[in-house]
Design a protein around this ligand. Structure first.
Ligand SMILES: *Cc1c(COP(=O)(O)O)cnc(C)c1O
Length: 389
């Protein structure tokens, strides 16, 4: 059999053939006129995808963690107070990064994995805290929980904090309206819903974030992450002028431009809706197969991934069975519940057909580990979602 497993994890994801072809193109110079044009187009398309018409995009070689690092390095000065709205592992990570740059970090923690902090508690912390920055993980990939970015950003703005959104598992999949919602900086990585192989850190900084950066009193202590290095480069590309600080990953940026073109061609509203529908189908299937999920309610469950809990008598060996049926799923990530659940990523170019293949493989895997259920129950539930449309 041809090796063509379906990669249904929360990043890296399946990529469009056009995007992969762009990765295989003959690499040009980073100052070749045709590459400068592609880079410039990609930067402008990022503003459209982030819905941040006045934002300053940054495209830098690295992963999502570098994007987080860059946000903290440029926006925080030693002694600043930072509030982390923490819904899982990536909130912990943001807290550590902020501390590394000298911030005094307070966490507004979800009471348990799968929940969100009470909005009233966040509000009270903002009231008392005199924070400079608040971070929110839009979708925490370790729990499958989606935070209310719109509500939290409004709260943050009211208390005059810089609102930073870790959108690594959400941008271009989950609804995020950076400008309209008052998000000062949003960031992601190429390999998730943006749909480009791993290797790019992507940030869009709004006017308030750039202003905060320009009025820093202390220099940025990280040489590579310093926007003083990167801002002139981004501006030069948009002005169609050659420039150099660190060699850009030419093929990845070519692929990014291709993927952003596909995303805008689909249309953001249609894309958000497709992610909602796919998510409903996967979650209906999981429920029909007798599994609960890590998010404690459907209202706070992400549309880019699903985090089912293993049913009684089933453990992580399920995933090997599912893989044999042709679909790769991810194990648990949150340390407190790691062995109790698994994760199904469904973002980017994911289709209804991919969902049916995934649920079919999941059923075969469940049968393989001796779980008792009605074969086809998950498929029927997913199919009902697609057929009601
Ligand atoms: C994947 C992820 C990250 C980290 O991105 P890397 O590219 O693995 O460094 C950060 N935050 C969230 C929400 C993620 O899903």
């Amino acid at each position: 059999m041809k090796d063509r497993s379906l990669l249904m994890i929360p990043g890296p994801i399946e990529f469009a053939p056009e995007v992969l072809r762009a990765m295989g193109m003959a690499t040009t110079s980073h100052v070749a006129p045709n590459f400068i044009e592609v880079f410039a187009t990609a930067l402008d398309r990022l503003r459209e995808v982030f819905l941040a018409p006045n934002g300053q995009p940054f495209v830098v070689a690295g992963s999502g963690t570098l994007a987080m690092d860059m946000a903290a390095a440029n926006l925080v000065e030693p002694g600043d107070k930072a509030l982390v709205v923490n819904t899982g592992v990536f909130g912990d990570r943001f807290g550590e990064i902020l501390e590394r740059y000298g911030a005094q970090v307070t966490h507004a923690r979800a009471p348990r994995p799968g929940s969100v902090p009470e909005p009233g508690d966040v509000e009270a912390m903002l009231e008392d805290g005199h924070f400079r920055v608040m971070t929110v993980t839009q979708v925490d990939t370790s729990t499958g929980v989606a935070a209310d970015v719109k509500g939290l950003a409004a709260m943050g703005r009211e208390h005059d904090v810089l609102v930073v959104v870790d959108g690594v598992c959400s941008v271009a999949g989950e609804e995020l309206r950076q400008d309209a919602w008052g998000v000062d900086l949003a960031l992601t990585a190429s390999q998730k819903a943006i749909g480009v192989p791993p290797g790019l850190a992507l940030l869009v900084a709004g006017p308030r974030a750039m202003e905060a950066f320009h009025s820093r009193s202390a220099p940025v202590v990280n040489y590579y992450a310093d926007w003083s290095q990167w801002l002139p480069i981004m501006e030069a590309y948009e002005a169609r002028e050659p420039s150099y600080f660190g060699t850009p990953p030419v093929n990845l940026i070519w692929a990014l431009n291709t993927s952003l073109g596909l995303i805008l061609g689909e249309g953001l509203e249609a894309r958000f809706e497709r992610h909602r529908q796919v998510s409903r189908a996967v979650k209906a299937a999981v429920a029909a197969l007798g599994m609960t999920q890590v998010p404690v309610s459907g209202k706070i469950a992400a549309n880019t991934l699903t985090a089912p809990r293993f049913p009684d008598g089933v453990d992580g060996s399920l995933l090997a069975h599912v893989k044999r049926a042709g679909v790769i799923l991810a194990g648990g990530l949150h340390p407190e519940i790691k062995a109790e659940y698994f994760r199904i990523g469904h973002m980017g170019v994911v289709s209804g057909a991919d969902v049916l293949a995934t649920v079919g493989a999941l059923e075969q895997g469940l049968a393989g580990v001796g779980y008792e259920f009605q074969p086809g129950a998950g498929l029927t539930a997913a199919q009902e979602v697609f057929c009601e449309a």
